[in-house]
Structure formats: C-alpha cells, structure tokens
Design a protein around this ligand. Structure first.
Ligand code: T4K
Length: 376
C-alpha cells in the first residue's frame, strides 16, 4: 500500500533563480533608480526573448491577460470572434473587455484545440477574427485556420499562454496568425512572476502596442489614444532574465518526467494521455490525462478528490467550460449540442504534477497511487 506525500504536491512550482542571483539583480535595479516604465532590464529581456522564441516583433506586458486584451484592441477587432470554450477565463474575458461577443466552437478530441472543421459554419457578417488557444502547449491546426481566415478576410489570434517554446514543423509558434500572446505567470515554464508578451506579424503594431500599454502617452505633450497601464516593471523583467537561463535545463528535467509518466500510465485502462501530435515540439507546460470513466472504472472527479488524501493536488483544467459562465447563458453557441466534445473532455481532463523539482521518484509514486486507487 502506497502512503501519501508528507508535504503537499502541487500541479506546478515556479521556476525561480537562486536567491543570491535575485539579490544581485535587485541591487542593480535599485541602484539605477529606474524601476519601471521600460528600463534596461525590460529592453534586455525583450531582446533575449525575441531571440529565444525566434520572432521578429515582440512587446512585453505586465501579464498575459492584458497583453491579449490590448492586442485585440490594437487589431481593431469588433462584433464576434470565434473561439474555444476549453480555455482559461482570461481568453474570453479579453474579448468581453473589448465588447466583443465570443462565438464558441467545439474542440478536437485529440489536441483539445479549436476544431477547424467546425469554424466555418459559425462565421457570420459580424465575425472579425478566430481566436485559437494552443491548449497545454499543443499547437492548433494553424494552417487550416489560416486558410479559413484568408477565405473570409478574418484576423487570426493565438493564446499561447501554455506554449512557450513550442514549434510546428520546426517553426516557432509565435510566428503564426496576426498576433500571439504568451503568459509569463509564475505557473508557466518561463515566468517573470507575473508577465506576458505579444508577438506579431505587422511591424506597425509595435508603436500602437507601446502606446496602449502606457496610457496612450506618445510624448510629454501628446496622448494619442485611450490605453491602459500594462507595463512590465524592471523587477519582473530582471527576474525573467535570470529565469530564462534556467529554462533549457528545466525542459530536460520535464522531458524526463514525461517519460516516467508515459511509461507508467500508458497501459492503464481508461487513462488517455493527451500528447503532442507528430512534427510538433511541445512546451512541456503540463502533463495531462483524460480519465474515461467507463473504462477507468472511476470518474475524473473521484480521482481528483482521492488524490488529495495522498497530498496530491491535481487540477481540472479546464472545468467549467468558458461557455458555462453565467453571463454567456443567452448565447446560442453555448448550447451543449454545439459543444459536445468540449463538454465530454472537460469532465475527463486532469493535469498531474509536472515540474522539474518534482523528480522521477515522486512521479513514479504518483503513478503507483493512481493505479492503487483504480484497483480500489
Ligand atoms: N490564457 C490561458 C490559456 C491561460 O492558461 C492563462 C493563465 C491566461 C490566458 C492568462 O495569463 P496571465 O494573465 O495569468 O499571464 C493559474 C495561473 O494563475 C494562470 O496564469 C494560468 N493561466 C492558469 C492555468 O493557472 P490558477 O487559478 O489555477 O492558479 P493557482 O494559484 O491555483 O496555482 C496553481 C498551482 O500552482 C497552485 O496549486 C500551486 C502552484 N503555485 C502557484 C502560484 C501562483 C505555486 O507553487 N506558486 C505560486 O506562486 O491559475
């Protein structure tokens, strides 16, 4: 009989630099007296991230949600945007704050991303864009989505909050669509505690985004548009510079964990591993399974609760679906018939602890506990 963990095991832990390195960074920033409003750390992080993500244009923000919200504003989108219900609330809330109505499209059962085959029937004369989410770091079918968008003259935006470093046929994920948002929240592979960025195709967006994240201020005498405060500060950027040095090693450790989970869980009846498809390189952001009750013998919710007794805190990302939020009740696209796959998946999906520090032995123990619970 496997016993529980002595201390709680969470789905993730932030990747953080040695305290000594952070202290030195703080000294530099405090000594400079430039602590926010696009200082040296900010510029250096932007430069290094462009290189790391292999993109030409990037703007940093205080968090991913504001990045997406202002990216949508910068593109001048309006009316309706077709998107997925299987995402974090931030995706659709960025539409809400732009007075745009989300039109929910069902998802593919394998990638859990917006299903391109279902998009076209949702397009109306009010549609201005398609907003895909690279859920759990597995890329959307960017080619089919672009083909539909081109045919109907729509913009394409991606929420790549989970997809730091993902590639498609070797191409960096931030180069697809008109605009891509990355989140650098503490729970993400690369983090600045809170933070985010946009990458985009049109170089003219640089100026607009820089205005939007800084109250629309162009100069001492000029405020050109109605913006917000969404600037990444120097402490965030400085920590980001140190965290970035750790990302490649963290990826190696996560790859190791992925192999442990795959080996141990592959043959468990009723557990389906949500994997990256061929030719895609995953961000290794989450390790996700689907608990198929009929064959696993227990429900996802039951497993989620039982794991807590062993001090394991898995997460039901994404449940409930965004289409179930009360302020969308009146929307036609929220009907269960329209979102059959999404409803099924959101009752099955479970994210297991996945971060380098966890270590192979703990991952093996988690797998043994899951098997033990199934046999109960
Ligand atoms: N789009 C998508 C698809 C997203 O997933 C997200 C964010 C966004 C947009 C918005 O990006 P940001 O505006 O956040 O940049 C967490 C994160 O707060 C959120 O950023 C993330 N997605 C989401 C998937 O996960 P919660 O409510 O689950 O967080 P919380 O506090 O329960 O943390 C989860 C676990 O992580 C904890 O049980 C323990 C661990 N943890 C967390 C924090 C904050 C730590 O060990 N240390 C920490 O400091 O949303």
């Amino acid at each position: 009989m496997e016993s529980g963990f002595e201390t709680p095991v969470y789905i993730t832990r932030p990747l953080l630099p040695d305290l000594q390195l952070i202290t030195e960074k703080f000294h530099d920033i405090i000594d400079s007296k430039k602590v926010t409003n696009m200082g040296d750390q900010h510029h250096e992080l932007e430069r290094q991230l462009k290189q790391y993500l292999n993109v030409e244009h990037m703007t940093l923000f205080s968090n991913g949600t504001l990045a997406l919200l202002l990216g949508i504003k910068a593109l001048g989108l309006r009316g309706e945007v077709i998107t997925t219900p299987f995402t974090f609330p931030a995706t659709v809330q960025a539409l809400d704050w732009n007075q745009i109505t989300p039109v929910f499209c069902d998802i593919e059962p394998h990638t859990l991303n917006i299903d391109p085959a279902r998009i076209e029937s949702l397009i109306t004369e009010r549609t201005s864009a398609i907003l895909g989410v690279h859920v759990f770091g597995n890329p959307c079918d960017v080619h089919r989505i672009q083909e539909i968008a081109d045919r109907y003259g729509l913009k394409v935006i991606y929420d790549a909050a989970h997809a730091f470093g993902s590639t498609i046929d070797g191409m960096p994920i931030g180069t697809y669509g008109d605009l891509t948002m990355f989140s650098f929240h503490a729970t993400k592979l690369f983090n600045t505690i809170e933070g985010g960025a946009l990458t985009y195709r049109d170089p003219e967006l640089v100026q607009k985004l820089n205005l939007l994240k800084n109250f629309g201020i162009a100069s001492e005498d000029q405020v050109l548009l109605s913006g917000l405060n969404a600037k990444m500060n120097e402490i965030q950027a400085g920590i980001g510079l140190e965290v970035l040095k750790l990302v490649n090693d963290e990826r190696i450790r996560r790859l190791d964990l992925l192999n442990v989970y795959m080996d141990e869980l592959r043959d468990v009846q009723g557990l389906k591993i949500v994997t990256a498809t061929n030719n895609l390189s995953s961000s290794l952001q989450y390790f996700v399974v689907r608990v198929v009750e009929e064959s696993f013998g227990k429900s996802r919710d039951w497993l989620h609760e039982q794991l807590k007794k062993f001090n394991i805190y898995s997460r039901k990302y994404f449940y409930p679906l965004c289409s179930e939020f009360p302020w969308y009740y009146h929307l036609e696209s929220t009907s269960s018939e329209n979102l059959e796959v999404a409803h099924r998946i959101s009752s099955e999906v479970l994210c297991l602890p996945f971060y380098g520090e966890l270590g192979r032995e703990s991952a093996r123990k988690i797998c043994r506990i899951i098997k033990q619970l199934q046999a109960m």
